[in-house]
Design a protein around this ligand. Sequence first.
Ligand code: GUN
Ligand code: FE
Length: 460
Amino acid sequence: IEVYTLIDYSLIFQGTAFTSKSSKEVTILNDHIFCVNSDGMIEKIISPTNSDYESFVTAHQNNKNFHRLDEGQFLLPGFIDLHVHAPQWAQTGTALDLPLYDWLNTYTFPIEAKFSDIQFAKEVYEQVVNQLLANGTTTALYFATVHKEASILLAQICADKGQRGLVGKVVMDDTSQNPAFYRDQNTASALTDTEDFIIAVKELAKNVKQGVYPVVTPRFIPSCTDEALKGLGELAAKYDTHIQSHCSESDWAHGYVKERFGKNDAFALHDFGLLQDKSVMAHCNFLEENDQDLFKETGTAIAHCPISNAYFANSALPLKNFSEKGIEIGLGSDISGGFSPSLYDNIRQSVITSRMLEDGVDPSLPSQERGLENSRITINEAFYFATAGGGESLSLPIGKIQENYTWDVQIVDTKHTTIPLPIFNGDELIDIFQKIMYLTRPEHIREVWVQGEKVHSKQK
Ligand code: GUN
Ligand code: FE
């Protein structure tokens, strides 16, 4: 008998899991045992081919902490949403009729301005965190607003609800670009508020098992002065924080930066110390060859937001191409530029978009000059971006069901619901995986766990 048979783990699960082995390959852990320690980490995974498997089950199955999944239930890693504007939850599903610049000024800045009201902030933030958890998102990288207090409140709400939240107080200090009703008072206050925010969230994080993290967050270059961008790069280095922003999203934003700096935003951001291993840049549709190299060299990740890109980028990210270059990529909902809080929906859209990009070069179609060869991604790759790719982007041990990773999982129930998934006799597990990817809705997500704690459950 190996030693682990005798260890008292905090949690033990028995069931079938799907997790990424590589960007292209999904591993199926059929009827394995998953042992989670008191830190919420996966300490041991035992295969049925292991000679101790049966004795382990016998020894533990009557314990309260032993969870045997029902037939039709499957374990998947929790999703990692690399780009969410939490305040924009208040307008999600609306206001998608204008291009980016007008959308920001007409709809989005007025909504975000309302977060000076802490009670309003509480209402919206509690709902969006619940909503993401119910959709299987266990880690989220959030933009809050320019308001320090409400931004700290978002981190507190993530902490309380058990979600791993990475939260940024947004910086918009350029008084010539941002409306008077919604911006930082001045550059100095933008930087001191950011520093206060970082300190407050780090203090809060001391008692949070799953972790909450402050993120340095210049909204995008057009919102910020050079001085603020420089100061933010210094704060990120001083406190070793993650960094997030928007990069090369639309023709307008891309063109604005080129005119101001004589270079693309990737290089401008790099000049201010804002591209490093813990940086995540949303969209990046218009990265040129040398921008792509810079992302790779600095370890900067792309938050790919396929639904939002259909509205504001008006282009399909050459996802496959970028990923094969070795750039880190994860998926983002970009609420509310994207209307869906579900990374399942974004997985589906990322596959569809990639197919349309490739279809543009199909010689049998009239539109061949629009496309890019070898662009299509598989559902396995999209799943990878929503899980392991997000974990790599954030440099955290999350996004895989594997030893020494966190117990961040969703239990999908394909069967015990009024609307079961179409799974019938003869289906292989890999078919079931694909059906889960394409058809799961929140009503099928029975339980969600983060760092070994149950944070969401839905009764049958
Ligand atoms: N660029 C600057 N701000 C935003 C925003 O809120 N959403 C999107 N999609 N792009 C932006
Ligand atoms: Fe965004």
